[in-house]
Design a binder for this molecule. Structure first.
Ligand code: PMP
Length: 351
């Protein structure tokens, strides 16, 4: 611990992402997409002229924002882009949640939210999930300095429909409600169409999951022009170029291939349902999922040991060492072959 660090940084326990192994493992631990990005992305990489990198990129990222707006059914003035949705979330926390009152956050949810709170000196009030392990939207509507939750939630995989979010927004009108839709394309219902009715709604999304571009770092937010301007103010104070020129070109190519997008996300969802059935047959209790992962527990097994045994046999899943999740494994949906290998190894491991 350095005395040269500011107090907020001394207190900080950074989010620890899942392992990125060098060896060849079946990697089902960080919710990446098992399929490559759309073929148009390869073409951009082959044809992109290095001379483009000599110049600064468009400071408004207009072409990417327009393509995103078209894809999402909104306007470019409602769209903000950044380097992964983690950065977009960080900017939103700074722009909207440094308030007198604490920010309302569910627990269990994405563990980055408390990290941002500590980083930016934001107090939070934690609201437990309801008895079905759903985000408790009623509880989140209590007086606060803002609301943030993931929908579908992570790492539970459960989501609320648009109507339920609209009902929350009917009650919460004077502060920002941030809905993190990192996983929405795998069976969730997006709140983006609500943006035109609720000026305090901010929806974030990512190219890391359903667009197979986790390595690129591209994320976005959709909201009223008022909210987008708030984000731009914070962003411009650090780096007035939202995303780099290559990321813009790749992002546009990924968005333009809607057939490939639908085929890959449908493949992931079909594999997810097959895997869920087979895990259930092995005695696991598996939560229903609207995401590209499953959260599973086994009433007779020590899942922490299973995690270690799976890793020894070349399969990496996620085990969170927290009170609420100690008995669960989070398993990213891979290809059918990868999931078959997982089931095969689990069948050997279980008595
Ligand atoms: N939100 C949630 C709920 C996530 O699980 C993740 C991925 N770990 C992110 C946001 C961030 O994704 P990215 O920064 O890759 O866009």
């Amino acid at each position: 611990m350095s005395k040269l660090w500011s107090p907020a940084v001394r207190e900080l326990t950074p989010y620890v992402p899942g392992e990125q192994p060098r060896e060849r493992l079946i990697k089902l631990n960080t919710n990446e997409n098992p399929y490559p990005p759309a073929p148009g992305v390869e073409k951009v990489l082959r044809e992109f002229s290095a001379d483009h990198l000599r110049l600064y990129p468009d400071p408004t990222s207009m072409a990417l924002r327009q393509t995103l707006a078209q894809t999402l059914g909104t306007s470019a003035e409602n769209v903000f882009v950044g380097n992964g949705s983690d950065e977009v979330l960080a900017l939103a926390f700074q722009a909207f949640f440094r308030q007198q009152k604490p920010l309302a956050i569910p627990d269990i949810s994405y563990s980055f939210y408390p990290v941002y709170c500590r980083m930016y000196g934001i107090e939070s009030r934690i609201h437990p999930l309801d008895e079905h392990w759903q985000v408790d939207l009623d509880a989140l509507s209590a007086d606060s300095g803002g609301v943030v939750f993931a929908n579908p939630n992570a790492p539970t995989g459960l989501g609320h429909g648009r109507e339920a979010i609209a009902a929350l927004l009917d009650k919460v009108t004077d502060r920002v409600v941030l809905v993190d839709e990192a996983y929405v394309d795998f069976g969730g219902e997006s709140a983006v169409p609500l943006v035109e009715h609720y000026p305090n709604l901010l929806v974030t999304g990512t190219f890391s999951k359903s667009r197979s571009l986790a390595g690129l770092r591209l994320g976005y937010a959709v909201g009223s022009p008022e909210l987008i301007e708030g984000m731009v103010r914070v962003k411009d104070s650090f780096n007035s170029y939202p995303v780099d020129a290559l990321a813009s070109a790749i992002g546009i190519a990924a968005l333009e291939d809607s057939d490939y997008f639908d085929a890959t996300r449908e493949a992931v969802m079909a594999t997810r349902e097959r895997a869920r059935l087979r895990l259930t047959e092995l005695g696991f209790k598996v939560l229903p999922s609207q995401t590209n992962f499953l959260l599973a527990t086994h009433p007779e097994q020590d899942v922490a040991q299973l995690f270690v045994d799976l890793r020894e046999r070349g399969i990496l899943v996620r085990h969170f060492n927290t009170e609420a999740l100690r008995d669960y494994l989070r398993i990213t949906i891979g290809t059918d072959d990868e999931m078959d290998s997982l089931i095969e190894v689990l069948t050997e491991l279980l008595p």
